[in-house]
Design a protein around this ligand. Sequence first.
Ligand code: ATP
Length: 300
Amino acid sequence: MSITVRAPAKINLHLGVGAPRADGFHPLVTVYQALGLCDDVTVTPSATWTLAVTVPDWMDADAVPAAGDNIVDAAARLLAEHHGIASQAAVSITKSIPVAGGMAGGSADAAAALVALDRLWELGTHDDDLLRIAAELGSDVPFALLGGTALGTGRGERVERLPDPTTWWWVVVPSAQGLSTPAVYRRFDELSPDTPAEPTDARAVLLALSTGNPEILAGALHNDLESAALDLRPDLADLLELGESSGALRGLVSGSGPTCVFLTPDADAARGVAARLSEHHDVVLVTNGPVAGAHAVSYG
Ligand code: ATP
């Protein structure tokens, strides 16, 4: 028996960041969107725990932690502990989501592993328990389960589905070198010592989503971490400018970066922007959102 579960990358259409809380986490008000750039996690029965990772040729395989340190190990452990069973399976991750790219690829793998192992071990875990375990694994993991477009609050782990009937077309440009999320938050704290406790609200993006108009959404996109990411990676400013002068409605650093995403008017425009960016960047991807959260794509 083998089960493959697919889980999407996320971008933040709005990322409002408040001053750090007493527990060290930054309070967030964010609007997540799941993009059609996905990792697959395949699980098969095994008497021991094994983990294999496959990456596309443009990705550095060494950037993905091996068994023992991978977030998928932690996902398996928490799920098994919840049910009082041993965590044994042969797991294989096929990556497409940039590593340390601000697109929550590790979180996607954790969510996919929870869904896949729940089926493999025939646990029938209640959705609420799965979401709680997901939140323990990381702030972005609950959203990777949910998918679509959602409002995230708390440290991003409290998710609430949002209506978003439009298909939005994006061009995604990963970076060869990842950025550490904690380092970007540290830089944010240094650059913005007077940040209010309450993060900026997502009203403009919520309104834009309801119009279905990409030009209006482009004007509403907001990322409080962008200046910190650009401070650590000044080269990204040139990339954002190049995308916008190549026909994108707006370029944005994805979450903590360094991946940059470009909103375009439609599929044809996205392909045009991607063609022009490809003259300067090795890896340029065209995708759309919103797409489904972690779901089985093969079972048998
Ligand atoms: P964050 O979720 O912290 O915003 P990110 O989206 O920028 O992170 P990820 O691809 O999730 O980036 O990777 C963050 C770190 O998580 C990596 O540097 C890596 O060391 C670790 N990691 C653990 N498991 C995985 C995995 N399955 N895939 C990718 N990275 C993983």
